[in-house]
Ligand binder design. Structure first.
Ligand SMILES: [Zn+2]
Length: 178
């Protein structure tokens, strides 16, 4: 399971059929969701009838796995927004560090916040997190039982969230994670 922190959806300029974000950006565009859906259904019917695997899509991030990947409809934004993708475990740690989650909470990792509030919490977490991995990270969760340390890569992730928060502040968008 992975969690993506990103901006709320901005103005949409079209839709495409793809397996991943990278392929979606270069795939043929449809003006409406319904047009894309109609074509997706046709495409699936054709594949089922032919009984063959499709070719990897142009631009696909995982061409080796592409033929088995699900195709879905992607909304294309006027201006592509940044995103930060992390594992579920790291997302739980980040959200704890940001004060959005209790240490032993097992609930879904989804939420939203205004860019300004999120940015403030990221700056606080960055200030509190030690600069190297020598200091113990005290929180433990049922899935992180090894009373671990706050590793540098989590600090790197906080830096990426900082950039995301700056972008969202400039573009007047909320931040979402799921
Ligand atoms: Zn693909």
């Amino acid at each position: 399971m992975s969690i993506t922190f990103t901006a709320e959806l901005g103005p949409v300029i079209g839709f495409s059929i793809a397996c991943c974000r990278e392929a979606a950006l270069v795939a043929p565009r449809y003006g409406t969701y319904d047009d894309a859906l109609a074509d997706l259904v046709k495409r699936k019917d054709r594949e089922n009838t032919a009984g063959t695997r499709r070719e990897p899509l142009p631009g696909c991030a995982w061409p080796d796995f592409c033929p088995d990947g699900f195709l879905s409809i992607w909304a294309l934004e006027e201006q592509e927004s940044p995103s930060v993708n992390v594992s579920g475990l790291n997302a739980a740690l980040l959200l704890q560090a940001l004060g959005y989650r209790e240490p032993f909470d097992n609930g879904p990792l989804a939420g939203s916040a205004t860019a300004e509030e999120f940015r403030g919490r990221v700056l606080t977490a960055l200030a509190l997190a030690p600069a190297d991995d020598g200091a113990p990270w005290h929180e433990t969760t049922p899935r992180f039982t090894d009373c671990g340390r706050w590793p540098n890569y989590l600090q790197d992730l906080l830096e990426h969230l900082h950039e995301l928060a700056d972008w969202c502040t400039q573009h007047h968008r909320e931040i979402q994670w799921a």
